[in-house]
Design a protein around this ligand. Structure first.
Ligand code: ADP
Length: 361
């Protein structure tokens, strides 16, 4: 089921007495989510992710714009008539019901022509439980389960109605790091198996990048960029997106274009054909630095951190916005730690230039 968002906009009235201005939580969001894909909705807290999800599921009504599932306009349908499955951060299981009863619950409430026979309900519950691998936990209550198991029950409960669309709002936030990794792999597998069009909200860029077919990066209610994770990482449209994706984060320098070359400090770092003379921000990914004793970028050496296969070199430079520059290089490289400086060349495909006027710092 494809999902079409057309000029989707949500304004909330001003809260409190001081402010009279309304909040534009989502501003003219346009996107056609292809059938069967998993989309990661990504951005810092307050950027409008949950509001977008709540409009898709019907918990919030848009101020403007439309939502279509396939060709059907669902903008004014109540949540229960949209055929969506929703999973929240806090699982929201019924504590007094067993796992089996929790999963069964949405089916018992079906009315009229949607009503199912007892056999069909049992079959669906069993299928959903198998999909998320909790068949051996069916008689337990939520308090007898780990966080990861509870979240799997919540996913089974969302899947049991065989929804047209699956919506997940920060589903991994309450899990510890190991379970988070494991559960995100499971969500990916379940999505592959069911091919349900899925929207996954997270503020964690690594999480979104690792499981999404496409990511949508939002800031202050406005979509910044939509694309395949690797494409967005490799071609960020602005400094905000460049900074938001990647661990360690991108290193940002104040630079200048002169005579079609990029200067950081005194030295020309790389050719910048076709770009007019101007002040720029130059973002260099940590993996974009190459150790080169004749390299044009000369930094003050701070130290090194061994990270298994790679080394993280910590250095600094007067033109860097952050106090430290982090570069990742192969652990086979030898670094003279007694030296005060370290020189790098830069991989052209790992450096991004952004105009100063249009970009915030
Ligand atoms: P996110 O999920 O990315 O953290 P939200 O969608 O929850 O962001 O919120 C987007 C913006 O809308 C924020 O500025 C938030 O304060 C505001 N907002 C969300 N819900 C309401 C509401 N019910 N009333 C007023 N403002 C709201």
């Amino acid at each position: 089921m494809k999902i079409v968002l057309e000029h989707l906009t949500k304004q909330f009235p001003a809260r409190g007495r001081k402010s009279r201005e309304s909040v534009t939580a989502v501003d003219n969001f346009n996107f056609e989510i292809p059938d069967g894909q998993l989309i990661g909705l990504l951005g810092p807290s307050g950027c409008g992710k949950s509001t977008t999800l709540n409009m898709i599921c019907g918990l919030e009504k848009p101020t403007d714009g439309r939502i279509l599932f396939g060709e059907e306009d669902v903008t004014n349908l109540p949540p229960e008539n949209r055929g969506v499955g929703m999973v929240f951060q806090n699982y929201a299981l019924y504590p007094h019901l067993t796992v089996k009863q929790n999963i069964l619950f949405p089916l018992q409430n079906l009315k009229g022509k949607d009503k199912l026979s007892k056999d069909e309900m049992d079959r669906r519950v069993q299928n959903a439980a198998q999909l998320v691998q909790i068949t051996e936990l069916m008689d337990r209550r939520p308090s007898e389960l780990s966080g990861g198991q509870q979240q799997r029950v919540a996913i089974a409960r969302a899947l049991v109605k065989m929804p047209r669309v699956l919506l997940l709002d920060e589903p991994l936030s309450n899990l510890d790091a190991r379970l988070r990794l494991q559960t995100r792999e499971e969500i990916r597998k379940i999505q592959h198996a069911t091919k349900i069009t899925t929207v996954f909200v997270t503020h964690d860029q690594e999480e979104a990048m690792s499981i999404s077919d496409m990511i949508v990066v939002m800031k202050s209610g406005v979509v910044q960029q939509i694309g395949r994770p690797q494409d967005v990482y490799d071609s960020p449209v602005n400094l905000f997106v460049a900074r938001f994706l990647g661990t360690p984060p991108i290193n940002v320098f104040e630079g200048e274009i002169r005579g079609q070359k990029l200067y950081i400090g005194e030295n020309a770092i790389l050719d910048a054909p076709g770009i007019s003379d101007q002040q720029v921000f130059a973002g260099i990914r940590p993996e974009g630095f190459v150790l080169d004793k004749n390299g044009p970028l000369c930094c003050q050496l701070g130290g090194v951190e061994v990270m298994g296969r790679d080394i993280s070199v910590v250095s600094s430079h007067a033109a860097s916005q952050a106090p430290v520059i982090r570069s990742i290089i192969s652990s086979e490289s030898s670094i003279d730690l007694s030296s005060k400086t370290i020189r790098f060349a830069v991989k052209p495909n790992k450096i991004f230039l952004f105009g100063r006027e249009t970009e915030e710092r």
